[in-house]
Design a protein around this ligand. Structure first.
Ligand SMILES: *[C@@H]1O[C@H](CO)[C@@H](O)[C@H](O)[C@H]1NC(C)=O
Ligand SMILES: *[C@@H]1O[C@H](CO)[C@@H](O)[C@H](O)[C@H]1NC(C)=O
Length: 361
């Protein structure tokens, strides 16, 4: 075969595989049917997103980030970002906005991933922020009596290029995911459509960040096992959760991959049994349109629960919740505590569900 012919065939083959990849990503023939684990209700107080939720077992409360704008810059002006508190014990189904004291500019607060560090009952929150023209990690402490936050400091590093979520493993030490490479809206869409592996995972050691994984396909939610033995990274376009073994020196080694055939966003790890609760986007084309126009286009919601078996070698996946988008749109996280589940969404409301029979969800 001549060189020209070979090149033609290679280009044709690449074109076909890209086309098929995009078709599969769109999930055009997929449909979600509604079910609940018990009575559910919309939590009062949150309308414009509850993208990530950090549950703090020591207090029985959850911290919720609200106000992610994605690439829809116009939302910056209308949506007021903030951190909300939900108290499971009260059962009043209300989330309250936490006032922030200290020298912190809240005008352009667009909180994204959140992770907490608890030491001697002192709760420190690490929150990804996207102020205009940059990406930072904001650090706050929580005042339990006043129900407020105090701003501590901003952490910045040149390797925080497209940060999405973080997992704290010690004071000022965390893993952070860079979801993409291109932050320009159109290049970003091209990068995602072609499923280029241009994301990365970095580790910040209190002074500076180092890359621990490059060429990663859309690393999004990141969580650590409560015993700091495993690290989990959700890849929405890969439709998998990657599992890494975490060493004492915080180095990671690929262990396995949990295939979901649904796009995982953020995760919560139950400290009691290691169960992984995941907020998912089950239908690709719906979530793509929803991200572009959150106020007018709905996207299905799905919560999956993964129970790891002995040595993280096998697992059982169940689906505690599914919704076609009419009740809540674009589920991005679920947390579980004492027969209650909270489901957060990228741009929409927050849902609370009672879990009537936890043994079978
Ligand atoms: C949500 O955003 C809209 C503007 O888009 C605003 O009018 C409304 O007050 C916001 N709701 C809350 C609870 O912040
Ligand atoms: C964490 O480690 C302890 C001690 O090895 C063990 O008893 C516990 O079950 C582990 N927790 C989880 C969630 O696996």
């Amino acid at each position: 075969m001549g060189l020209k012919k070979v090149i033609t065939w290679v280009i044709l083959a690449l074109g076909c595989s890209t086309f098929i990849k995009i078709l599969l990503m769109l999930d055009l023939n997929k449909r979600v049917y509604n079910h609940v684990p018990g009575p559910c209700r919309i939590v009062e107080g949150i309308e414009n997103g509850s993208e990530d939720i950090e549950f703090v077992p020591e207090l029985g409360v959850a911290f919720i980030t609200s106000g992610v704008i994605s690439m829809v810059e116009e939302r910056r002006a209308s949506v007021k970002g903030g951190i909300f508190l939900y108290d499971f014990a009260r059962r009043d189904f209300k989330a309250i906005r936490l006032p922030i004291d200290g020298d912190f500019d809240q005008t352009f607060f667009t909180p994204h991933g959140i992770s907490a560090f608890v030491s001697k009952k002192r709760i420190t929150l690490y929150v990804i922020n996207h102020p205009p023209g940059g990406h930072t990690v904001e650090v706050f402490t929580f005042n339990k009596e006043k129900r407020s936050l105090t701003f501590v400091k901003t952490i910045f590093d040149p390797l925080f290029t497209c940060p999405n979520d973080l997992a704290v493993v010690g004071a000022d030490r965390f893993f952070i995911t860079n979801y993409c490479y291109f932050v320009n809206k159109w290049l970003n869409q091209l990068e995602l459509a072609l499923q280029l592996n241009l994301g990365s995972v970095v580790y910040y050691d209190g002074k500076k960040a180092t890359t621990v994984e490059s060429w990663s396909l859309t690393p999004n939610g990141i969580s650590v096992h409560p015993n700091l033995t495993y690290l989990y990274i959700a890849s929405p376009l890969g439709e998998v959760i990657k599992v890494y073994k975490l060493a004492k020196d915080m180095s990671i080694e690929k262990h396995t991959e949990v295939s979901l055939l649904s796009s995982p966003d953020n995760m919560f790890i139950d400290r009691k049994n290691g169960d992984i609760w995941v907020g998912c986007h089950p239908v690709g084309y719906e979530v793509i349109r929803h991200v572009d126009d959150p106020d007018n286009i709905r996207s299905s919601s799905q919560v999956l629960k993964i129970r790891m078996q002995e040595g993280h070698k096998s697992w059982v996946i169940t689906e505690p919740y599914a919704n076609d988008g009419a009740t809540i749109s674009g589920s991005s996280i679920a947390v579980y505590h004492e027969q209650q589940m909270l489901i957060g969404t990228m741009f929409h409301k927050l849902l609370q569900c009672d879990v009537i029979n936890p043994d079978i969800v």
